[in-house]
Design a protein. Structure first.
Length: 254
């Protein structure tokens, strides 16, 4: 009886081992399926909002470059410090990727400064005024297929919302993802600014902060280490609600 009992234990152990061997590839298969489902969701979301992300332009000015976002009617939002030194009516070059061409051709246009916030480089408390409105006069951007970024309501944002920071750091297109860390300005303690944990570099300034619906909710103004050549992993942006109200006071509706 004892030998039979031991034999029964051995058979039971073998059965358990066989069951584990069967379960292992099944679990691996389930993991692979879940991975590809998540990947397809991410890719679908990226493709869905690719048009809005394509609304970003490289801004070239004397001594440097920055970014801007096409918001429709040939109007672009950027940061005031990107075009600092320009007067209303002065022009700078903006460059878009050509959505109708796959050979790397660019769309070049001249954009005139139409309005600027009361930004002062010597005043570290006025970053909420670090915005500017440009208007392209030489071509019709919509006729050329340049996408328009829909402006969302930054009042609806919440901490930990998923976001994308899109711009041209060092003159090269980049789209980085992250989450909202603070919706009241972080170290600047200002309710008209937000802080995100997506890195930005010189040249990102004036670029767009987009929510998960592909809506523009902010314009990038500085990184947490105040625009050094290295990113701190945090980026600050001015809320679009604030920019909209300030431009309206200056007679410009967006």
């Amino acid at each position: 009886m004892k030998n039979i009992f031991v034999g029964g234990e051995l058979r039971s152990a073998r059965q358990k081992k066989a069951q584990k061997l069967i379960k292992s590839p099944l679990l691996a298969l389930v993991g692979v399926v879940i991975f590809f489902i998540l990947l397809s969701v991410i890719l679908a979301n990226t493709i869905k909002h690719k048009g809005q992300f394509d609304s970003v332009a490289l801004v070239e000015v004397d001594g440097g470059s920055g970014s801007a976002i096409h918001i429709g009617n040939n109007k672009l939002l950027t940061a005031a410090h990107v075009v600092y030194g320009m007067q209303n009516g002065d022009a700078c070059q903006v460059i878009f990727e050509d959505p109708n061409n796959t050979s790397g051709r660019k769309i070049h246009a001249l954009a005139q400064l139409s309005a600027m916030g009361n930004w002062n480089p010597l005043d570290t408390t006025c970053y909420t005024n670090d915005f500017a409105l440009l208007v392209v006069q030489t071509v019709d951007l919509s006729d050329l297929g340049v996408k328009v970024a829909p402006i969302g309501k930054s009042a609806n944002i919440k901490v930990n919302d998923n976001i994308n920071v899109v711009g041209y750091p060092n003159g090269v297109y980049m789209n980085t993802s992250g989450t909202l860390n603070n919706i009241s300005g972080g170290i600047l303690n200002n309710t008209d600014m937000v802080v995100v944990n997506a890195g930005a570099w010189p040249g990102n300034s004036g670029g767009g902060l987009f929510n998960s619906n592909g809506e523009l909710i902010g314009i990038v103004t500085l990184t947490g280490n105040k625009m050094s050549n290295e990113t701190s992993g945090q980026t600050m942006a001015i809320k679009t609600d604030h920019i909209r109200s300030e431009l309206l006071l200056k007679g410009h509706k967006i």
